[in-house]
Write a protein that binds this ligand. Structure first.
Ligand SMILES: Cc1ncc(COP(=O)(O)O)c(C=O)c1O
Length: 423
């Protein structure tokens, strides 16, 4: 039977995650996998969860298993509000931060609207943006680069589109003013209707890099000047192993920022819980949208998370996780130093779960992938995180999942695969 006529037009824009395709192909336990973003299972607080689950059932009884408020249970909203210094009405609980990204895209972006992001950026966000047929553009196109290639926007930074195209909702022709690839005889231009800029300022997935304060301030200035929102996705913010915290973008511009948080990396991803901090007027539309998505986040999970966060158990567990991940990050950096051939470089993250490798020009990590897998080691090709699929000589490596000895065996293998490919 031909099912194709049943699918909506949106389906044509859905992107399959190459990371999840990798998981389908191989048994993770049988290879050295640097591919996923899995936390170390040793950080999951099994004893706390066992104890708190019983407490929640005793305290709330059947209420813990009933439907609940779409905004999240008051107990969880209150502890999140207290922890992050905001009012309860500025907190919406989500069924994970992936849902936070998706719901923001659904609420703010029409097909063809521009969403700005960095290059590279989080693959799961690209999947959401594309599924709503947004026009995903990069800050870099307009002279604003982050991380190791940091470059702040010029004074005359402007996002411009030809009005005829901007009106038609077709992907417009873009130009940056100030001679940045601007044609000599450009037609009169209008501001592009950018809806929001999506960034992961702390220990980015995939690069591991962190936006500096001047970069955050420049982004806020740009958003105010061009009147767009900022979606600040921060699932790794509390996993800092060195250096000093940088203020959140939300603290710099609470009137136009939606800050997404997640329990996945600081508690357990299986709980599928996150939150959005933002202006009440924006959260109200997100609340209505969420009614049709899942009615409410999982109630039992929320009560457990509220107790875990509010009682101090989260901070105790976080301190242990940070110590474990710091050692893993340091191990990974020293292994790369020890085994990688010359010409390979990598980022030095101050937190999070990933670092990003750049191989010499001419390497193709997509083509290299099957060879690496047959040798028994997995990574994610870096080009999957670029909006235009460029940077085929890069790869993302996760350092949280494998233990030290498997990490060493895996990095040694990966270095051999790269050395072989250079011959
Ligand atoms: C940057 C970023 N945002 C969101 C997510 C999704 O996390 P969650 O488990 O909260 O849906 C991830 C997961 O790896 C991520 O790296």
């Amino acid at each position: 039977m031909d099912y194709s006529k049943f699918f909506s037009e949106d389906v044509g824009s859905f992107m399959r995650s190459p990371v999840r395709e990798i998981f389908k192909k191989v048994d993770l336990a049988s290879i050295y996998s640097f591919a996923g973003g899995y936390p170390d299972a040793a950080t999951f607080p099994l004893d706390d969860i066992r104890r708190i689950s019983a407490q929640v059932l005793d305290r709330y009884g059947a209420k813990a298993l009933q439907y609940g408020a779409t905004q999240g249970v008051p107990e969880l909203r209150e502890v999140i509000a207290r922890r992050y210094g905001v009012a309860v009405e500025n907190v919406q609980v989500t069924t994970s931060s992936q849902q936070g990204i998706d719901v923001c895209t659904r609420v703010f972006a029409n097909p063809g609207d521009v969403i700005l992001t960095t290059s590279p950026t989080y693959l799961g966000a690209l999947q959401s943006f594309k599924s709503y047929r947004a026009d995903v553009r990069t800050l870099e196109e307009f002279g604003f680069s982050l991380g190791s290639r940091s470059r702040l926007p010029r004074d005359n930074f402007a996002l411009r589109a030809h009005p005829s195209q901007a009106d038609a909702w077709a992907p417009p022709v873009y130009e940056a003013t100030g001679g940045h690839g601007c044609p000599e005889q450009a037609a009169p231009a209008a501001d592009i209707p950018v809806k929001f800029c999506y960034v992961i300022p702390d220990f980015q997935n995939p690069s591991g890099e962190t936006m500096t304060l001047p970069e955050r301030e420049a982004l806020v200035a740009l958003a105010r000047e061009h009147d767009f929102l900022i979606v600040e996705d921060s699932p790794y913010r509390e996993l800092r192993y060195s250096g000093e915290p940088v203020p959140t973008i939300y603290s710099l511009a609470p009137e136009r920022t939606l800050h997404l948080g997640s329990f996945s990396k600081i508690f357990a991803p299986g709980f599928r819980l996150g939150w959005i901090l933002g202006p009440t007027e924006l959260l109200d539309q997100i609340y209505v949208c969420k009614q049709s998505l899942d009615l409410c986040p999982p109630i039992f999970d929320q009560y457990i998370a509220a107790e875990f966060m509010g009682s101090g158990a989260l901070d105790a567990n976080l301190a242990k996780s940070i110590a474990l991940y710091r050692a893993k990050r340091d191990k990974m950096l020293s292994l790369l130093e020890k085994y990688m051939p010359s010409g390979v470089t990598w980022t030095h993250p101050e937190g999070g779960l990933f670092l990003f490798l750049t191989l010499p020009e001419g390497f193709d990590t997509v083509a290299l992938y099957d060879r690496a897998l047959s040798a028994g080691v997995a990574y994610v090709a870096g080009s999957f995180f670029y909006v235009d699929g460029s940077h085929r000589n890069t790869m993302r490596l996760n350092f949280s999942f494998l233990d030290a000895s498997r990490m060493e065996a895996g990095i040694r293998l990966l270095a051999e695969v790269i050395r072989e490919a250079a011959k």
